[in-house]
Design a protein around this ligand. Structure first.
Ligand code: PMV
Length: 343
């Protein structure tokens, strides 16, 4: 008899960046992210235990996509001790994203977290358990699929990476970071400017790898940790938004500076990334409005601002920044409530 579940899981954007890893997706420094709302993967997992063997079929919106299979099989291998039915079942994975492929929005984060939720849910059913889903386990499985995916399963914000000053923090899984923040940040907005919509020229995997030969890598890990400690304090109150802005931009720029200062340097910003950043800085000075940006490992700009300023800032974005975006595209997202079980 086949079992099936459907979960929706969002992407996330890191404010304090995870850049540099060791072992099996273990971070060199702790990171903290915003969980998005509108940018998510919806995934249906169908599992039919069989006596011998088992095969995997991967679909995207109902259409076969065998190319996505290898990453999924690597994850299955890593977690087969915990979920041994993965290798003895016929499995069908069918998913779609609400955001365009290649938009620079972390589809691996939403897809791997959705997959981890589906796997844990099916596992409970196969064991006949009525327990609720254990999010630590889900986060750990998601991490093995794609590091930053482990942060996608919590509402508002998530923190991943062990830190002696942070209770419960772990390199193995993320922990929720919602009760520690002022409500002001719980509906923060993130408008994503699609500056370029092609594939990245250098993968995150290669980027993490370059950190291993960076002479000042340890200094970066210390800076990230220090920025995290400061941000944690800043997030507790709403009136420190200027410091919030400064830290977000410091982390974004440092991430890209790391890419530009390795032995084989590379640039993921595009000319329009820089033009958009300059516009944001100029607008912030002229209007006094609380707006800042962060960047992922790509050219697209995440413009962050509080809900209280959403209409005025969105109007400005539509008027002034659409010329820097591919076909004028931007996605107005915001902090979200985390994953949702659909079926
Ligand atoms: O999860 P990965 O291996 O794709 O790495 C993600 C790295 C950044 O997105 C640049 C930062 C982060 O913490 O998400």
């Amino acid at each position: 008899m086949a079992l099936d579940v459907t979960w929706r899981s969002p992407s996330n954007i890191a404010l304090i960046k995870y850049w540099g890893k060791h072992g099996i997706q273990l971070p060199r420094n702790p990171s903290l992210s915003l969980t998005l709302s509108e940018c998510y993967t919806q995934m249906r997992l169908t599992v039919e235990p069989v006596r011998e063997g088992g095969k995997l079929e991967v679909l995207y919106d109902g259409v076969p996509r065998p190319a996505f299979g290898s990453k999924i099989l690597s994850l299955f291998k890593l977690v087969s001790d915990r979920y041994n039915w993965l290798t003895t079942s016929n499995i069908v994975i069918d998913s779609f994203n609400t955001f365009p492929h290649g938009a620079g929005i972390a589809s691996s984060a939403s897809a791997m977290s959705a997959l981890a939720l589906c796997i844990e849910d099916i596992d409970l059913q196969l064991r006949g358990s009525t327990d609720s889903i254990e999010l630590n386990r889900v986060s750990e499985t998601a991490r093995l699929g794609s590091g930053s995916a482990c942060r996608s399963i919590f509402p508002s914000m998530a923190l991943w990476g062990a830190d002696e000053n942070i209770n419960g923090s772990s390199d193995l899984y993320a922990i929720p970071w919602e009760s520690q923040i002022d409500p002001f940040y719980k509906d923060y907005c993130d408008s994503i400017l699609i500056i370029h919509d092609g594939e990245k020229s250098v993968s995150s995997t290669a980027g993490h790898e370059l950190m291993n030969s960076l002479p000042f890598a340890d200094i970066r890990y210390d800076v990230a940790r220090k920025n995290l400690h400061t941000l944690i304090e800043v997030l507790k109150v709403k009136d420190r938004v200027e410091e919030f802005n400064r830290l977000c931009e410091y982390e974004a720029m440092q991430l890209h500076a790391l890419m530009m200062s390795g032995e084989s340097p590379y640039i993921l910003m595009a000319p329009n990334t820089i033009s958009a950043i300059q516009k944001i800085w100029q607008y912030r000075i002229e209007s006094g409005n609380p707006v800042c940006f962060t960047l992922d490992a790509g050219p697209n700009v995440h413009v962050l601002y509080p809900q209280s300023h959403a209409s005025v800032i969105r109007e400005w974005l539509e008027n002034e920044l659409t010329p820097f975006c591919v076909e004028g595209r931007m996605i107005h997202d915001r902090v979200g409530a985390g994953p949702l079980k659909i079926n």
